[in-house]
Design a protein around this ligand. Structure first.
Ligand code: ARG
Length: 458
């Protein structure tokens, strides 16, 4: 007999049980479900809705069930549909009729909303911690590469010289924003929906604020209908996770081509790369590729839930049971992707010489040559044209700007003198950019200092 079987005269078919039940995936919520029930029962006792003895019996029964599940002594029952009814059924089996009082003043609708919020709160903190570790790895790379000059790109064409420190610190900023987004989502997740009942609360004198304090929620939801129909917090979390994956994916993409023979900027550690079953020479950046690839499924999960929710009338609809697998999948994906990505970048070798050599090609110092002219009273637009001509000439002669003789410079403009050479070395190009947020040693050291302080506090 189902817990809700009173008004039915027939058993549900096996097909219905299999299709309708969610226990095969929502069982992972058992801990939250039990903690939520313990708080609910405690409150029922305090409010004299059930006796204190009954509350105590329910609480101890629930604690035993938690232990049973943790010790793998429980087999969940598909016909009991979901984790909520499985736990309730186990409780009744364990403590008898008193167990039937647990669900007083509660519905699975507010119960599931609570469980998922508790899960999301936990996972936000966990993923935030993983991002913290990733940021530490980034800082480590930055500190070791303040003077590692490499080409900066726009349109994937060499643009201006930067340093590897400056480049990887760009990702530090992205993950900083990601962590802010997670914390922001946490705030909105951190309100207790329990007490909303099925949709219209209950006639019992529940103390919702007390339950909120027991379960470490910041406050309670203000509208019972919204409480059971809202999944915004999951969507926000999945959206924040999508952005995290997007950032990891862009970083992965760069690492993938940095590993290629065409670039040879970095070399992945053997522990974090793989070989080919046919080509003996191969060493592939599978980890980075998989992180990039898994970004697609995390986006898909977000889009799936958005689509599930878009046509639902208030309040709870069974469609909403579909909110979980995709959420869990995204959390599991990030829980694997972030740590392995962190290890991969933490152990990769940086080929500083190749980066430097590459930065020296492609006229990455052309802007600085134009700026030299500007400092010598040539208007920038004119300076741009003069250097453009010079570049064209140098391409023709197969030389770099540094390799052109002063006579060759003077042929294009008589203003040039010996000091041009000092201002177009790669080091000068990088270190003369002292603007806050720029690549010079000075600016980057400042940012590293700020970011290390940030990591101490966050
Ligand atoms: N397993 C359900 C879910 O995940 C729990 C809520 C069911 N409520 C209901 N009225 N059928 O959404």
């Amino acid at each position: 007999m189902k817990l809700w079987g009173g008004r039915f005269t027939k058993e549900t078919s096996q097909l219905t049980d299999d299709f309708n039940s969610s226990i095969h995936f929502d069982h992972i919520l058992y801990k939250y479900d039990i903690y939520g029930s313990i708080a609910h029962a405690t409150m029922l006792g305090k409010q004299n809705i059930i006796s204190n003895e009954e509350a105590a019996l329910i609480v101890s029964g629930l604690k035993e069930i938690l232990q049973d599940i943790e010790d793998d002594r429980v087999e969940f029952d598909v016909s009991a549909e979901d984790i909520h009814m499985n736990v309730e059924k186990l409780l009744i089996e364990k403590i008898g009729d008193t167990g039937k009082k647990l669900h007083t003043g509660r519905s699975r609708n507010d119960q599931v909303a609570l469980d998922v919020r508790m899960y999301v709160k936990d996972k936000i903190i966990y993923i935030d911690q993983l991002l913290h570790e990733l940021q530490e790895a980034i800082i480590k790379i930055a500190e070791g590469n303040i003077d590692t000059i490499m080409p900066g790109y726009t349109h994937l064409q060499k643009a201006q010289p930067i340093t590897l420190a400056h480049h990887v610190l760009a990702y530090f900023e992205m993950f900083k924003r990601d962590r802010e987004r997670l914390m922001d989502c946490y705030k909105r997740t951190n309100v207790l929906p329990l007490g909303a009942g099925a949709l219209a609360t209950t006639t019992y004198p529940l103390d919702r604020t007390y339950v909120a304090s027991l379960l470490d929620f910041d406050g309670i939801t203000m509208n019972s209908i919204d409480s059971v129909s809202d999944r915004d917090f999951s969507i926000e979390f999945m959206s924040a996770m999508s952005l995290i994956m997007m950032h990891l994916s862009r970083f992965s993409e760069e690492i993938i081509f940095w590993c290629s023979d065409e670039f040879r900027f970095v070399q992945l550690d053997d522990e974090y790369s793989t070989g080919s079953s046919i080509m003996p020479q191969k060493k592939n950046p599978d980890i980075a590729e998989l992180v990039r690839g898994k970004t697609g499924r995390v986006y898909g999960n977000l889009l799936g839930l958005l689509t599930t929710m878009k046509g639902l009338p208030l309040a709870y609809n069974k469609d909403m049971q579909e909110d979980k697998e995709s959420l869990f999948d995204s959390v599991n994906t990030l829980s694997m992707a972030i740590p392995i990505f962190t290890k991969m970048i933490d152990t990769m070798k940086i080929n500083k010489e190749n980066m430097y050599h590459s930065a020296g090609k492609g006229f990455t110092n052309a802007t600085d040559a134009a700026d030299w002219l500007v400092k010598n009273q040539v208007p920038f637009r004119e300076a741009h044209a003069i250097i453009g001509k010079l570049v064209l000439y140098a391409i023709d002669k197969n030389k770099t700007l540094e390799e052109l003789s002063l006579e060759e410079y003077k042929e294009v403009s008589s203003i040039f003198n010996e000091t041009i050479y000092d201002s177009i070395t790669l080091e000068a190009c990088v270190n003369n950019r002292k603007v806050d947020g720029g690549p010079s040693r000075e600016s980057v050291e400042k940012v590293i200092f700020i970011n290390k302080n940030y990591l101490l506090n966050k």
